[in-house]
Write a protein that binds this ligand. Structure first.
Ligand SMILES: *[C@@H]1O[C@H](CO)[C@@H](O)[C@H](O)[C@H]1NC(C)=O
Ligand SMILES: *[C@@H]1O[C@H](CO)[C@@H](O)[C@H](O)[C@H]1NC(C)=O
Length: 430
């Protein structure tokens, strides 16, 4: 396809004004007075090669085509907003009008493969090279973003463990930290051991009942706020940027956020299949580090729905029992394979995110960093909530001390051999 190159046709005085353009956002007055000048700078785009070649499969877009809601090219990210608006409604005004459904503009343009792409072609051909470089740099940063976020994300085993205690909270957390820590493929991670006492882990002790309620509510509020931040961030990206593989659509970044539910579901299914209820032991004693809350056992005898609700809203530090008290793990091939599939799905989700975020156009370097920081903030919030819950489940045995709420290294003579053994096990699991 032949595309006429407009940069080469810039004459020397015009190059001079092109250099001045980055100064524009600094002074509004200068901006307003220079705008007509800037519009005059760009040379006209040649729309002659926008149709689909004869015999190609989707063909030319119908002249009655209506672009899906929300319309593209209405709002832009801040770094290059002025320039992009100038170009979009200036030299590219014909394809913009055609995209928005103006029939006379469409008639003037003639048949094109896609109205949305015709407009993007005009913009991309008109923007100066330094802007194009900024967009390229941003797309590398955004492409790496899912991987960076996954380092902060929850692991499949942790999500499954939390789900056993607090299903609703775990679903909220999986949405607020969409990039899952993928873990090692083909290594089974025991979710019921995700709360083992490692050296350096924070132990959360039981809180007074009133505080426990406040903390529980705060967890939901924080998780919901993190989700709102993610959804807003992803939707804004979808609307302001143009995805290379689907010009019209705005939902792809949001889809990436929501798809983390699938990984979560696979992880939970794997654990649900693997566990068997233990036979109730008569007179089983209250576990050592529990807060000794008696209501929980009372509720269990009452009403199963009430018991589930109570477990959902009780922070784990105040919960009288743990999953391990009620269930034991009996691994069948199905449960193991499901967790492998979960780890693979997390990886595919990362690849999908990398491909998608690196294909978003019109996000400048200066805009990519706040986008990444917002997703990171949400991921950190959900990570802290998860770690708080896991800290509440840690049971410290006789061989370790806890000092200032932190689990200390193994003590005693016999402990060392076991410590090595544990380290070995941990290495295998990682
Ligand atoms: C699209 O329109 C152009 C111009 O009319 C025409 O040459 C081409 O064959 C059309 N493409 C298809 C796939 O019909
Ligand atoms: C597009 O811009 C040109 C000048 O660059 C102007 O003559 C024309 O009227 C504009 N068309 C529309 C539809 O705004």
């Amino acid at each position: 396809m032949h595309i006429s190159c407009s940069f080469l046709s810039l004459s020397p005085p015009l190059l001079l004004t092109a250099k001045m353009r980055p100064l524009l956002p600094t002074a509004l007055l200068a901006l307003i007075s220079l705008t007509p000048l800037v519009q005059a700078d760009y040379s006209n785009y040649d729309y002659s090669n926008q149709f689909a070649p004869a015999g190609s499969s989707p063909g030319n877009q119908s002249i009655d085509y209506i672009a899906p809601w929300p319309p593209k090219y209405r709002s832009w990210y801040g770094a290059w907003r002025v320039q992009l608006e100038d170009i979009s409604s200036g030299v590219c005004n014909l394809s913009l009008a055609a995209y928005q459904g103006d029939t006379t503009a469409r008639a003037a343009l003639g048949p094109v493969r896609m109205y949305c792409w015709t407009h993007s072609n005009c913009i991309l051909q008109t923007i100066p090279p330094h802007m194009a470089q900024s967009l390229t740099g941003a797309s590398i940063l955004l492409g790496l973003m899912p991987t960076i976020l996954s380092l902060l994300g929850l692991s499949v085993a942790e999500m499954a463990l939390l789900h056993m205690h607090r299903p609703l909270l775990s679903v909220l957390l999986s949405l607020s930290a969409p990039a899952v820590y993928p873990g090692r493929f083909l290594i089974w991670e025991d979710p019921l051991r995700a709360n083992e006492s490692h050296t350096g882990a924070w132990v959360i002790r039981a809180f007074p009942a009133r505080w426990a309620v406040v903390i529980s509510i705060a967890q939901y509020v924080l998780a919901l706020a993190a989700i709102a931040l993610n959804v807003h961030n992803a939707w804004t990206m979808g609307v302001r940027a143009v995805l290379v593989w689907y010009c019209d659509a705005s939902y792809w970044p949001l889809l990436w956020v929501i798809l983390s539910i699938v990984i979560h579901t696979i992880a939970v299914l794997s654990l649900r299949i693997a566990i068997r209820p233990k036979r109730p032991q008569p007179n089983s004693s209250v576990p050592p580090n529990s807060g000794g809350i008696p209501e929980s056992s009372k509720a269990r005898s009452n009403n199963p729905i009430l018991a589930v609700l109570r477990s959902e809203f009780t922070i784990s530090a105040n919960s009288a029992t743990q999953v391990r008290d009620h269930y034991s793990v009996r691994l069948g091939p199905f449960a193991v394979v499901l967790q492998y599939i979960g780890a693979l799905a997390a990886l595919i989700h990362l690849i999908f995110g990398t491909a998608m975020f690196s294909s978003l156009l019109y996000i400048g370097n200066g805009d990519a960093i706040p986008i990444v920081l917002r997703f990171m903030a949400a991921a950190i919030v959900s990570r802290v909530i998860l770690q708080f819950e896991i800290g509440g489940m840690i049971r410290v045995g006789e061989d370790r001390a806890v000092w200032n709420g932190i689990v200390q290294p193994l003590i005693g003579h016999g402990g060392e051999g076991r410590g090595e053994e544990e380290g070995e096990r941990k290495r295998l699991r990682l």
